[in-house]
Design a protein around this ligand. Structure first.
Ligand SMILES: *Cc1c(COP(=O)(O)O)cnc(C)c1O
Length: 374
């Protein structure tokens, strides 16, 4: 039996990515050029759209999306607490207030629609749905809910690139290409929106609110520039975009391999550890970003994680709830989200990435069984 580390995630970076980066270096055009434009085009196409805005992280994408949609001081945005902090921080960057809502259930740990309904006030401007673990929430139902209540709808789609339906029904969706995501550029992000004016505004704000790009000026089409919005430097560079183009070519095969590993995990866990909780089901469209399980109530999670580490299997927790972090408690007080807190206290994330073998899944489940004293 192999004793190699089985890591939580692992990017597949091969000779094609290396050649793409070398090509950019040879070209000497390092940022916001043909690679970025092609990456935006390709990414939009994969999601059945015509346009996208590339940025240097999903955090930047969320900030720009919230701002482009006009969210600002006095507004409230309902967000999941069972997410990465960036989902809520983008709201804070705009001077608006994130309102944390509970998940619907332990078996389907998306934002709960009834929980969101209970959070609505006259100030609520938007709701942000996050496709936890890559499993795509029912966006048609969310669209109907948002329309009924006069809200903007956003997707934190950091976990779910290239899944049909993602980015179609919301006012803006934000993707991440951080190193541990399904496709990576090291750091990077993308915004999709079916509303061209939102993408236009995000594109302006990505680069200081300037009306002429460096490329256009370099080519001599413009003699000066104007600043028409408060903007930032959230640009993506050509090196990362070139890596992204290679990853984009392979994202469907990455996601298919993840799907196969998820199926194996479910079968192995059902057979060997039937008292473990599995999350979502195989009918829900997914990019299978992570493999979350719910430990039995009696299990001591940190001891399980230690024992698995000794067996050279890396594990993690998705997520420590945002509303319980000290910064947010100090700012908003101690709120209570019972389902989120219960889920987060029992959740364990197992390794899942396309470079894992079928045998690795057996080794992980074996290590987990041993850690649970079976
Ligand atoms: C990774 C992640 C982000 C942040 O992405 P960055 O590209 O690292 O800024 C936001 N939301 C979720 C749900 C994530 O998993």
């Amino acid at each position: 039996m192999s004793t190699d580390w089985i890591t939580l995630g692992r990017p597949r970076l091969g000779s094609d990515e290396q050649a793409a980066v070398a090509g950019v270096l040879r070209s000497e055009w390092l940022t916001m050029g043909e690679q970025v434009a092609a990456f935006e085009q390709g990414f939009a196409q994969v999601h059945g759209q015509t346009e996208a805005v590339a940025v240097n992280s999903c955090t930047a994408a969320l900030h720009l999306a919230y701002e482009a949609l006009g969210i600002g001081p006095g507004d409230e945005v309902v967000v999941p607490s069972l997410s990465f902090a960036a989902t809520a921080n983008g709201v804070l960057y705009c001077g608006a207030t994130p309102v944390f809502a509970d998940i619907g259930s332990l078996a389907a740990p998306w934002l709960g629609m009834e929980a969101v309904a209970r959070c609505l006030t006259s100030r609520t401007k938007a709701v942000t749905v996050m496709h936890y673990a890559g499993f795509v929430a029912d966006m048609e139902r969310w669209r109907a809910f948002a329309d009924e209540h006069g809200l903007l709808l956003l997707e934190d789609a950091a976990h779910s690139p290239a899944v049909p339906g993602v980015g179609t029904f919301s006012d803006a969706s934000c993707f991440s290409f951080f190193s541990n995501k399904n496709m990576t550029t090291g750091e990077g992000g993308m915004i999709l929106s079916p509303r061209p004016e939102i993408l236009h505004r995000a594109r302006l704000k990505r680069s200081h609110g300037m009306t002429k790009s460096t490329l256009e000026r370099d080519r001599g089409h413009a003699y000066s520039y104007d600043i028409v919005e408060l903007g930032y430097n959230y640009r993506l560079d050509e090196l990362r975009a070139a890596i992204g183009l290679v990853q984009l070519r392979d994202i469907d095969s990455f996601n298919r391999r993840r799907a196969a590993l998820d199926a194996l995990y479910r079968a192995e866990i059902t057979r060997r550890l039937p008292d473990l909780g599995l999350v979502f089901d195989r009918e829900t469209p997914s990019s299978y970003h992570i493999m979350p399980v719910l430990l039995p109530e009696a299990a001591v999670r940190h001891a399980v994680m230690d024992t698995m580490r000794e067996a050279r299997v890396q594990t993690s927790i998705h997520y420590p709830p945002i509303h319980l972090f000290s910064y947010y408690v100090e700012k908003f007080g101690r709120t209570s989200l019972p389902n989120t807190e219960l889920f987060a206290s029992r959740e364990l994330t197992l390794p899942l990435h396309p470079l894992m073998s079928d045998e690795d899944v057996g080794r992980v489940v074996g290590a987990l069984a041993k850690a649970l004293g079976r």
